[in-house]
Design a protein around this ligand. Sequence first.
Ligand code: ATP
Ligand code: LTN
Length: 330
Amino acid sequence: MEKKVIYSAVQPSGNLTIGNYVGAVRNWVRLQSEYECFFAIADMHAITVRQEPAELRRRTLELAALYIACGINPEECALYVQSHIPAHAELTWVLNSITYVGEASRMTQFKDKSAKHAENVNMGLMDYPVLMAADILLYQTDCVPVGADQKQHVELSRDLAIRFNNRYGETFKVPEPLIQKGGARICSLQESTKKMSKSDENPNAAVFLSDDRDTIIRKFKRAVTDSDNCIRFAEEKPGISNLLQIYCAFKGCTMPEAEREFEGKGYGDFKLAVGEVVADVLAPVQEKQRQLLADKKQLSEYLSVGAERAFKAARKTLSKVYRKIGFWRE
Ligand code: ATP
Ligand code: LTN
């Protein structure tokens, strides 16, 4: 039986946070042997907000190394850079013609990013979810493992696939979002109701996969909590609940197990334990990433093998799309 297809990506728009790790990349590792996987570095998405060219170039390779350091096997999965495959931009153009301005402008991320970058509300920012739909639909994807914040975008991809299929005949597989239960939304350490984000201006809000042990422990020590001194998961305790979620995700335990472990303990001890477990998990990932970045030739070889696989799959879908919509071909 043919394997089902998984597609996901992360933008090289900054250092990855533990939110990206727990919400996305770590889950890909579990799925890679069971599915046919395409994992991209979404550089075309990244330029919808201003990027420094030299940094974008450096981060692209760092992100490739990080995927592999986290456990993605580049020989098993197609690991590639989005801009290496022109079909992404080409399908975006076609999908643009069946996307309504109204639905694109209703996307939460578009509204948030427009408010945050008021001086640069560009067409790309609005088109971002259409490019994401093109990414997903090109590979006849079954499942899209992402964090909770991306659910709305995957739903738009579904709507566009269904709309296209209805208008032109069966062409795209209709994808499903795959959002795990624990850790799908890790929050900022400084504002417990806000998503932890790699582009947050406050350096203490996010823990980066590149942070050293002391920095990680310091950031957790400074994390905001509430005034009582009880370590349990509860809606009215967003700070402690967020830390508990992080602890469970990194320790690999359940919420009741974590609550039991810290019964009667103070916030100080708890925060230190969270920092330590995160630092323990990240240390080998950082070391592996360093080793991979030392051999850039090998890394770029992995990316070109990945791009070759992606190219073939993407072309197949794009040719079908062009035929269906009536673009003349010999
Ligand atoms: P930016 O701040 O540049 O918008 P980001 O940190 O939101 O970036 P993305 O590149 O947009 O990161 O997201 C990559 C993946 O990580 C997506 O699947 C997204 O859902 C997931 N993700 C991002 N932040 C979190 C979070 N705080 N908790 C869980 N998953 C997350
Ligand atoms: N927009 C995504 C990154 C992304 C993506 C994708 C995720 C680009 N293309 C396709 C899943 C499928 C984000 O996480 N911000």
